[in-house]
Ligand binder design. Structure first.
Ligand SMILES: Nc1ncnc2c1ncn2[C@@H]1O[C@H](COP(=O)(O)OP(=O)(O)OP(=O)(O)O)[C@@H](O)[C@H]1O
Ligand SMILES: [Mg+2]
Length: 260
């Protein structure tokens, strides 16, 4: 229970603790501590270069791919320390899926794009594949638009459809958390609206973290908002609070468009 508002606070599924990240000599994240609440949408906002993508990539260890990166502090996903030596990164990335800014469907059919993760995991049962593909496409609000052409190339879909296909591909492996880095920045307002509706639907089952430069989008889709500046978490609270009555002047200036 939040003592000030009396609103029940869902338990955290991700716990970030004193996280510091360096790219070589340059420190990009400074002592980030925050929970990510289960089945809520959390938005990361802040000016370009403040560390939003860097932090997002920590949550499924995508920064491992960058050799100069050094990390200290802790991230727990469902209680498990993801930087522990015995953490299985493949399984982590299945549990914490990622949707990128630029949709990146594979050059194969719509069906195969969604089935991809399951096939990699060794699933051969056609019935399971069929069911999962349908379920994932429905959950990503794309099924009705593509059900008659599952065998055709994913590359022929529109940008907005491709982005929802990437969401479906992420859902197929049943993640617990979905990370989205500016998923709508390449989309028109109508396609953006569809993706936002999809997000609203998905949060019944999944925990979502979304990075966005679109403050209206953050206020529309998220329950919690974290405002970052120069690699520091400046303010983190319920989205309504951040946008209507932030605790700090710096946050207020940013959300009202006075700087950034
Ligand atoms: N691979 C990298 N190597 C070195 N420095 C990096 C790398 N990626 C990001 N940085 C630096 O880390 C800081 C944070 O970058 P990051 O991409 O996380 O910011 P961001 O908030 O996502 O910005 P944007 O809104 O522009 O996407 C920046 O100063 C950036 O230059
Ligand atoms: Mg970024």
């Amino acid at each position: 229970m939040d003592t000030k508002t009396g609103i029940a606070v869902p338990p955290p599924v991700v716990e970030i603790e004193k996280l510091e990240l360096f790219y070589g000599q340059t420190q990009a994240l400074h002592g980030i501590t925050m929970p990510i609440h289960e089945r809520q949408v959390t938005a990361f906002i802040g000016p370009s270069g403040c560390g939003k993508s860097t932090l997002l990539r920590c949550l499924n260890r995508l920064n491992d791919l960058i050799p100069s990166v050094r990390i200290s502090g802790r991230v727990r996903v469902a209680g498990e320390d993801i930087f522990a030596p015995d953490c299985d990164v493949i399984s982590l990335r299945r549990r914490v899926g990622m949707v990128f800014q630029k949709s990146n469907p594979f050059p194969m059919s719509i069906f195969e794009n969604v089935a991809y993760g399951l096939r990699i995991a060794g699933e051969r049962d056609q019935r399971v594949l069929d069911q999962t593909v349908e379920h994932s496409l429905r959950a990503a609000a794309l099924w009705d638009e593509v059900k008659d052409r599952l065998g055709s190339s994913a590359l022929r879909l529109s940008g907005g459809q491709q982005q929802r296909l990437c969401i479906a591909r992420t859902l197929a492996v049943e993640p617990r958390v979905i990370l989205m880095d500016e998923p709508c920045s390449a989309l028109d307002p109508i396609a953006t609206g569809r993706v936002e509706e999809t997000i609203a639907e998905l949060k019944k089952e999944y925990t979502i973290v979304i990075v966005t430069h679109n403050l209206q989008q953050a206020s529309r889709v998220s329950d919690y908002t974290a405002f970052f500046y120069l690699g520091r978490l400046i303010e983190y609270d319920r989205t309504v609070k951040i946008f209507t009555n932030p605790g700090l002047k710096q946050t207020e200036d940013y959300v009202t468009g006075r700087f950034g």
